[in-house]
Design a binder for this molecule. Structure first.
Ligand SMILES: NC(=O)C1=CN([C@@H]2O[C@H](COP(=O)(O)OP(=O)(O)OC[C@H]3O[C@@H](n4cnc5c(N)ncnc54)[C@H](OP(=O)(O)O)[C@@H]3O)[C@@H](O)[C@H]2O)C=CC1
Ligand SMILES: O=C(O)[C@@H]1CCC=N1
Length: 334
């Protein structure tokens, strides 16, 4: 069997949605692999979509593979370093779904050779009605962009952003957006129930109204304000309601999207700091290991170490106990 060409790191909501879309588009299950820690979750995807289920650990990947990061942003600093070698080996691409994590941050984790792309889908992807924004810097070829877009196009519409700085705004608007619309839907349904409508009726009315208005806005190709004027009779019911909505809706929308943007940036900063912390920790562990090995292997000499700080011993540690050197022992520095 040939190696899978699309490899998901993570088997959660977004991975599932995209895999479902890829399968609908006719991509074979054997062409897709899913890596995740919990056997149950990834096996469920394997059963449902026929994909290959694998443990979380990194493995070598096909030379032209696309590795899709669909685990949480805060884990990226601990997960990605183990994938670096696999990605550096081939001309494949790395596609990140992680909210807020910048290309620069990803390149620091994967090295400069790996083509890095970012995308921000949303949950309507589950039914093929997703809206995804994508970003790649100038080093990414048209072919690599097309490979990434082909994956996301399986779950809805795609739009490329030229400025990575706008990914936070796109995340706040469309990535998180379904939650805002669903909250509005819930509030509308409750308001209908408050007026005496049966809940089931209020739900259908709210759903169909939101859906119909969104479709009208899309298909009529007119500004929402023009379409809104068509509904609003002078001194009518709509005008009365709009006066109430206008008391705070626009300001709330501004504040809500701003809060999401701010949170995205804070998460990115935290991820960056976490990555730095992990990287410092690895250096400290390496230094500590070197120091311990050094101390275990003999008395301290005044020879300068490679890092300029750690003294290098010239006599193995057991010489202190046996009074002699082990016959097979060759000290690092003669
Ligand atoms: N939810 C949304 O609306 C959107 C989310 N995103 C982004 O998509 C990404 C995924 O989000 P979502 O699907 O909601 O998250 P979920 O929590 O549903 O899924 C996260 C997955 O990551 C897996 N995971 C944890 N540790 C590892 C590891 N070491 N190696 C491999 N996989 C691991 C988990 O495995 P296990 O199942 O075994 O625990 C889980 O399957 C995030 O980066 C998020 O920012 C982007 C757009 C929209
Ligand atoms: O809430 C989040 O952080 C993710 C990103 C966009 C949607 N969900």
């Amino acid at each position: 069997m040939s190696e899978p060409r699309i490899i998901f790191i993570g088997a959660g909501n977004m991975a599932r949605a995209i895999i479902a879309g890829l399968r609908r588009r006719g991509i074979a299950g054997g062409d897709i692999a899913v890596h995740a820690p919990h056997l149950e979750r990834r096996e469920a995807l394997a059963r449902e979509f026929g994909v290959i289920s694998r443990a979380a650990e990194a493995v070598p990947v096909a030379a032209d593979a696309t590795v899709v990061y669909a685990a949480k942003p805060k884990q990226i600093g601990t997960i990605l370093p183990s994938w670096r070698a696999a990605l550096e080996a081939g001309p494949g691409i790395f596609l990140s779904l992680a909210a807020g994590v910048t290309s620069a941050s990803l390149k620091r984790l994967l090295g400069p050779k790996v083509p890095v792309l970012r995308c921000m889908p949303n949950t309507p992807a589950q039914i093929g009605a997703g809206m995804t924004t994508l970003y790649a810097d100038a080093s990414v070829t048209a072919e690599q962009r097309a490979a990434a877009e082909a994956i996301l196009a399986a779950v809805g519409r795609c739009l490329w952003l030229e400025d990575e700085g706008l990914m936070d705004a796109a995340t706040a608007l469309a990535g998180s957006g379904p939650a805002y619309v669903l909250l509005f839907l819930e509030a509308l349904e409750d308001a209908g129930v408050f007026q005496g409508l049966p809940r089931a009726t209020a739900r259908i009315l709210a759903q169909e109204t939101v859906l119909g208005a969104a479709r009208l806005a899309k298909e009529a190709q007119m500004a929402p304000s023009n379409l809104r004027h068509q509904v609003t009779s002078p001194a009518g019911t709509t005008a009365a309601a709009l006066a109430v909505w206008e008391e705070g809706l626009r300001a709330l929308a501004q504040r809500a999207v701003q809060a999401a943007v701010d949170r995205g940036r804070a998460l990115a900063q935290m991820t960056e700091e976490h990555n730095q912390w992990i990287s410092n920790l690895s250096v400290s562990i390496a230094q500590l290991t070197s120091l311990i090995l050094t101390l275990l292997s003999g008395p301290l000499s005044s020879a300068p170490s490679s890092r300029g700080r750690i003294p290098i011993p010239t006599t193995p540690w057991y010489a202190y106990w046996t009074g002699s050197r082990h016959p097979s022992y060759t000290p690092f520095n003669g």
